[in-house]
Design a protein. Structure first.
Length: 439
């Protein structure tokens, strides 16, 4: 506790970091306030049926990602999921078309172009998702809930939904540029945290209403939730270290090198992005069928507890883990950097052989990591099968817990870097830097 208090004091001693944290909190506050602003023309007192629709299943998950804005018929109802979907489209286009591949290799200027294309695709997706959301509102709410009717309402409400999502994207970009951590990820995380107290309260109410064994089951559930939480942290932090030997060099009268360093290759180098991408794809059929989970492909994929939903979802998680690892980890570049710095892996020739060796190691350690990630992702279905409340089960592993742990760890690492630059102990371990020999 003493170290935690000292760390918080150190955070507020760094002026730039203090300003960034306050700025981030203010942006998150704006986002949360916006999730309660109902679309003009809708009576907010008649949203009970919409809230009932989003208590479970995929719509419940979508409502959680938006921090309750979906069930509130808010101007932010569609959240950031259209942006995530557009990002997936851009990533896939980068694998198929040279034009997008060239932009990905152009550095900062190319990234600006990619961001612009992502915005265009986001608006295009919103043109379809906005009317689909309004169709669902008309199906769920009584006619008296709409103070304005007809084409005029649908037109300006669609414009408001598009503007709301674009504003949320702008808030996320502001956090990334002037705040702490990744803005879009933080917005998703704050929406998940906002729904957590309601989920816990619902589960406690369910267990305490039971005449026998309810309190004991609640304790067991909390213990299992803690164990899953620890397992997720281990998954996101797990690494395999490859020894690298540095050649000896004589500079002046001093001898450098000869020490052994390690390349830390993460078991899950992709983090939580495969989960976000896979979940976004699973929501597409439901969105384009006006949020009707009773027909077509949505009837199969909309069954949150069903076999096919969880099988396809787990498969997508594994595929996107490999895809994102290939994007973020470049064995050829790592091999070239080692060669330039006089380093080599004992028993492996520098250059192409080293790149092939690193690629084979990444493939081997990514497979068990991706499978474990997929198992954790589908755990909520098993939790619901044993009688856990639908809202609470979404935090029992799955998308919610993975995103929550991953984003929190990423943000803490961001803060840690600022503290280490100012020679302060941070939030992770001792906060002290090591030299090449590990001292």
């Amino acid at each position: 506790m003493k170290k935690l208090i000292e760390t918080i004091q150190n955070i507020f001693k760094v002026e730039e970091l203090r300003k960034r944290i306050i700025y981030t909190l203010l942006i998150l506050l704006v986002y949360r306030l916006g999730s309660f602003i109902v679309i003009p023309g809708i009576d907010p007192t008649q949203l009970a049926k919409l809230s009932e629709q989003t208590k479970g299943g995929l719509l419940g998950l979508l409502d959680m990602f938006s921090g309750g804005a979906f069930s509130n018929a808010s101007i932010f109802a569609l959240g950031v999921m259209p942006y995530i979907t557009a990002s997936i489209v851009i990533q896939l286009l980068g694998m198929m078309f040279p034009y997008f591949q060239k932009m990905q290799r152009e550095g900062e200027s190319g990234q600006r172009k990619i961001n612009q294309w992502t915005r265009y695709f986001t608006v295009l997706i919103l043109i379809f998702q906005g009317p689909a959301y309004l169709t669902n509102l008309h199906a769920q709410l009584p006619e008296t809930a709409f103070l304005i009717r007809g084409f005029s309402f649908n037109f300006f409400a669609t414009i408001i939904l598009i503007g709301g999502t674009m504003f949320v994207m702008w808030l996320g970009e502001r956090i990334t540029d002037r705040g702490v951590g990744n803005g879009i990820s933080l917005l998703i995380m704050i929406g998940i945290i906002a729904r957590f107290p309601y989920a816990v309260a619902a589960e406690i109410g369910t267990r305490l209403s039971q005449t026998t064994g309810g309190f004991l089951m609640l304790i067991i559930e909390m213990i299992l939730l803690f164990l899953v939480f620890v397992a997720v942290i281990a998954l996101l932090r797990g690494t395999r270290k490859i020894p690298v030997q540095y050649a000896k060099r004589i500079i002046g009268n001093k001898q450098y090198g000869g020490a052994r360093q390690y390349i830390p290759l993460k078991v899950n180098a992709a983090g939580v992005m495969p989960i976000i991408f896979a979940q976004s794809l699973m929501l597409l059929p439901l969105i384009f069928q006006s949020f009707d989970s009773t027909r077509g492909l949505a009837a199969v994929l909309g069954n949150y507890e069903g076999f096919w939903y969880n099988f396809i979802y787990g498969f997508f998680v594994i595929i996107f883990t490999y895809f994102y690892t290939a994007v973020t980890v470049n064995p050829t570049m790592m091999a070239d950097d080692m060669k330039k710095n006089g380093g080599f892996i004992p028993g492996v020739k520098p250059g192409k052989k080293t790149a092939d060796y690193l690629d084979s190691i990444m493939s081997r350690i990514t497979l068990p990591g991706s499978i474990f990630l997929a198992i954790v992702a589908i755990l909520p279905a098993f939790a619901m099968k044993v009688g856990i409340n639908n809202q609470f089960a979404q935090f029992y592993g799955g998308t919610s817990l993975l995103i929550l742990v991953g984003v929190v760890e990423e943000t803490l690492n961001y803060i840690e870097s600022y503290l280490l630059m100012r020679h302060y102990d941070g939030l992770m371990n001792t906060g002290r830097l090591q030299d090449r020999s590990g001292r």
